[in-house]
Design a protein around this ligand. Structure first.
Ligand SMILES: *[C@@H]1O[C@H](CO)[C@@H](O)[C@H](O)[C@H]1NC(C)=O
Ligand SMILES: *[C@@H]1O[C@H](CO)[C@@H](O)[C@H](O)[C@H]1NC(C)=O
Length: 358
């Protein structure tokens, strides 16, 4: 038998990603929910990010929700809902891709381990409403809007939910984690646990990912959007910014990702590029739940130190948390769920959930 270390990395990772089991597709219910929220946003009209938020914003917008039932009953988990939230230039497909879902779909994996999930297209994404991308779709309003979705989820008032849930596990990726950070900072009692993937407070080098108005990149899909909705220009740019080295991901996954890609708002992007000292996000001094920070070892956005050891310092932002842990997933870039090592991410997270009673 050939030791793994003698195999080329790509064939080892391909071997690793072959699903150990297949997961049945869960029963899911989609809906367009009407959600009202208000917040104080930042005035971006000068083209830079001011120190404080000053502009009250409120509104009612439609959001596409997708509630999926567990495919097995695990007694300790029937009262737990995972709220799963994608990042910039993705929609709900990030957490539930059609491409080889046994390997890559967080939603399928969660269903197969007894969790109900509430997946979505965030405000400004996919089939949800697209309000003004500069004045409305910014972290303060994003968080207030998400808080309302979480309240609906906890109360069991989303289409498909069998009833109320006692525990909420927020699972974010990238800007979805940034929004989760804002939620537990502003509304510290809403969720029990926050799993923040692809996110740290100190931004690294965002690589070569180039954004342009989405309507110029793909007039067929995005021609109706204002130019403040942007997206990555092509697959090469996406690979450079979001993926690890060649061989750590399936080129067919990158092609699927490129075909499915969504947009991002300039109001959200301003919080990546314009922040003081490169700090992205806020402390959550009053959050008393559990926090798990997880990133790929070659995440250009998150890793400011080799092997992403800087994730350890995320603990300082959650001083009242019941627990803080971090994990680094090998051979994965920013979109760690879409790499060959995604099953390691899922196993690592399941172990964490088990250890913390979720
Ligand atoms: C921002 O808010 C802080 C805290 O209220 C205040 O000390 C500071 O002066 C404000 N900055 C500006 C530019 O208004
Ligand atoms: C990064 O992690 C790998 C695998 O765990 C280890 O072999 C390597 O020495 C680490 N590198 C650094 C710079 O810590």
């Amino acid at each position: 038998m050939v030791p793994f270390s003698l195999l080329p990395i790509a064939s080892f990772l391909t071997f690793l990603s072959r699903p150990a089991q297949t997961f049945p597709a869960p029963h899911c219910t989609e809906s367009l929910a009407s959600v009202t929220a208000s917040a104080t946003n930042f005035d971006l009209s000068s083209g830079s990010l001011p120190e404080n938020a000053t502009v009250p914003v409120s509104g009612t917008f439609k959001v596409k929700l997708r509630f999926c039932e567990p495919t097995v009953v695990v007694p300790g988990r029937v009262d737990t809902l995972q709220v799963v939230v994608h990042g910039l230039t993705y929609g709900h497909q990030y957490m539930d891709p059609d491409f080889e879902p046994d390997t890559y779909s967080w939603v399928r994996w969660a269903s197969a381990h007894g969790y109900a999930t509430l997946n979505m297209d965030r405000l400004g994404y996919g089939e949800s409403d697209h309000p003004d991308p500069a004045t409305v779709v910014q972290p303060p309003f994003d968080a207030a809007f998400m808080a309302q979705i979480i309240r609906l989820g906890r109360a069991g008032r989303v289409a498909g939910a069998p009833g109320p849930f006692k525990k909420i596990v927020y699972v974010g990726h990238s800007f979805g984690s940034r929004v989760g950070n804002e939620v537990i900072s502003t509304f510290p009692d809403l969720v029990d646990a926050a799993i923040l993937t692809g996110y740290g407070h100190k931004i690294g080098n965002p690589g070569d990912v180039a954004f342009q108005p989405a309507k110029e990149v793909d007039p067929v899909r995005f021609g109706d959007l204002p130019s403040g909705y942007v997206t990555s220009v092509d697959a090469e740019s996406r690979a450079a910014g979001f993926y690890g080295a060649q061989g750590t991901f399936d080129p067919a996954m990158l092609a699927y990702d490129e075909a499915q890609k969504d947009t991002a708002s300039v109001g959200e992007l301003a919080f990546l590029t314009g922040t003081k000292d490169g700090i992205v996000g806020r402390p959550a001094p009053d959050f008393k739940g559990d926090v798990f920070a997880v990133s790929g070892d070659s995440d250009l956005f998150v890793c400011t130190e080799p092997n992403c050891t800087n994730l350890a310092s995320e603990e300082q932002f959650y001083p009242a948390a019941r627990s803080f842990e971090f994990a680094v997933i090998p051979d994965a870039g920013h979109c760690l769920h879409l790499h060959f090592t995604a099953p390691i991410l899922y196993k690592t997270t399941l172990d964490w959930l088990n250890r913390h009673g979720y």
